[in-house]
Design a protein around this ligand. Structure first.
Ligand SMILES: [Fe+2]
Length: 383
């Protein structure tokens, strides 16, 4: 948590204050490389990523003092005239910080699960606020045709924000397709497990089958055997352990791309492409079970329209992460923010129950390596 706090602070110091505030004095010179994440063009190499979580120094007090120092300088900066380039960087810094707020919760969940005491982040258990019967599975059909994808950025307005990888807006031709009205539930995923899908190579991509065998995957991350529950499983949440029987109609989450893809094959379907997902989401308002709901876990689908597009779980798509036609990374070191990761990762859409609502858009492209499971990642089917 100290690292996230210091690194988001570092972002404003490095990309806003040092270049744009003339009399700015950096807090500590070594923080320039200590809290860099992955920007190679900035100079001295940052510490190894796997060691970040184990630094006992600088202390929390020092990290908070660094934050106050940068906050005060930002206040001074805001008092003067801010040019468009600086304003765009501040917008990026704020969106970057929102990404780290989400990562803090997914890291806390993983750290608490790795702790033998298995503590709860929030000790109040999940309660269903409404008596919902889960939405029946349905297909929503879309005709073939030419559509536009990507964010229509207004380049004359420095406060109009999207990440560089969401541009340029461009045309694509899509065949007719169907997309599911909701996410795959734990109940449906339990059938996949009970059918010995984890032991059946025919459902898996080659790398996925290798991951199943090497990691001993038999269920999503955070599922554990529990003989006291009728399902035989319990799930670790940010609100501690819950029997699977109480969560059967909620979306399955913390599955890898390989598991999402194997589930779709097992059901005789496939995952949506990112274009199909974006077209399906383009008419929807950004409502859903996001961080703002305070639930901190995916919730049962309500049953209206195409549900759960925003919030609940990031949805794995069948699309590899590449640049759109005509894509240009931001100039300078900030070009490393998104552009250099365009290999060996898959696109996810829609945000999760720990994504701030003001952070997500229909055009938003998240990306992770296909074996990643510690984010709130789930499944929507397409055909
Ligand atoms: Fe970062």
């Amino acid at each position: 948590m100290k690292w996230h706090q210091a690194h988001t602070t570092w972002f404003f110091e490095t990309f806003v204050l040092r270049p744009f505030l003339p009399d700015y004095k950096p807090f500590r010179d070594e923080f320039r490389w200590l809290f860099n994440s992955y920007y190679n063009s900035i100079g001295e190499a940052p510490p190894e990523k796997r060691l970040r979580a184990s630094f006992s120094r600088p202390s929390l007090d020092q990290v908070l003092a660094f934050r106050s120092h940068v906050d005060e300088a930002m206040e001074r900066f805001f008092a003067g005239r801010i040019d468009d380039d600086a304003a765009r960087r501040i917008m990026l810094g704020l969106n970057h910080e929102q990404q780290h707020q989400e990562l803090m919760l997914t890291d806390i969940k993983h750290a608490f699960f790795s702790n033998p005491l298995r503590p709860a982040y929030d000790v109040n258990p999940l309660v269903e606020t409404r008596d919902v019967s889960p939405a029946e599975f349905m297909w929503h059909r879309f005709h073939d045709g030419v559509t536009e994808l990507g964010y229509p950025i207004d380049s004359t307005n420095c406060l109009d924000f999207c990440f560089d990888n969401e541009t340029p807006r461009h045309r694509v031709y899509m065949e007719a397709f169907g997309i599911a009205n909701r996410n795959v539930t734990c109940r449906e995923y339990l059938e996949f497990i009970s059918d010995d899908a984890y032991g059946s190579p025919e459902f898996w991509l080659s790398e996925g089958w290798e991951a199943v065998r090497n990691n001993g995957w038999r269920a999503p991350l955070y599922w554990e055997r529990d003989a006291t529950d009728s399902t035989g499983w319990r799930i670790f949440t940010l609100r501690g352990w819950h029997p699977l029987s109480a969560l059967l109609d909620t979306p399955v989450c913390h599955v890898s791309f390989f598991e999402a893809d194997a589930f779709a094959r097992w059901r005789g379907c496939r995952l949506p492409t990112e274009g199909e997902w974006e077209l399906a989401a383009s008419g929807s308002s950004i409502q859903g079970n996001s961080l703002d709901s305070g639930r901190l876990h995916p919730a049962i689908a309500s049953g209206e329209g195409i549900d759960q597009l925003f919030g609940d779980c990031w949805e794995w798509t069948a699309s590899p992460y590449t640049g759109y036609p005509g894509y240009k990374p931001l100039p300078g070191a900030l070009g490393e923010y998104n552009g250099k990761f365009m290999s060996s990762q898959m696109i996810l859409r829609g945000g999760s129950c720990v994504t701030p609502a003001s952070h997500i858009r229909a055009t938003y492209r998240n990306f992770f390596q296909p074996a990643t499971r510690w984010q709130f990642t789930g499944i929507r089917l397409a055909a």
